[in-house]
Design a protein. Structure first.
Length: 105
């Protein structure tokens, strides 16, 4: 999959995972991997970028004697999901066109 397209989809999948509940890195990888392949080395730069863009906030909780960083979606992150969904018809039409489906809009 082309890198830019995959990056955008991964961002939205991570945000969608956090929309359901706050989570930490390993669990996010596990949840998102059910939809699209992702590794921890790919996830953490995404989370850092989403945090820099105010799409997620973080907090730490002690777990088994170590601090575990949790990520929580913000209203900006929720808006980013909504923007993606509004633009989905463009992606869907491109997909239909590439497949040769004459029913694209």
């Amino acid at each position: 999959m082309e890198a830019q397209l995959k990056r955008g989809l991964l961002d939205i999948c991570v945000l969608a995972t956090l929309r359901n509940s706050e989570s930490y890195g390993y669990k996010i990888v596990k949840d998102v991997s059910e939809i699209i392949p992702i590794s921890e080395s790919t996830l953490y730069p995404i989370l850092k970028r989403l945090e820099s863009n105010n799409c997620v906030t973080t907090y730490s909780v002690e777990y088994n004697g170590r601090l575990r960083k949790y990520y929580k979606i913000t209203n900006i992150g929720l808006e980013k999901i909504q923007e993606f969904l509004k633009d989905w018809h463009i992606i869907s039409n491109a997909h239909k066109y590439i497949l040769g489906d004459e029913n694209y809009e």
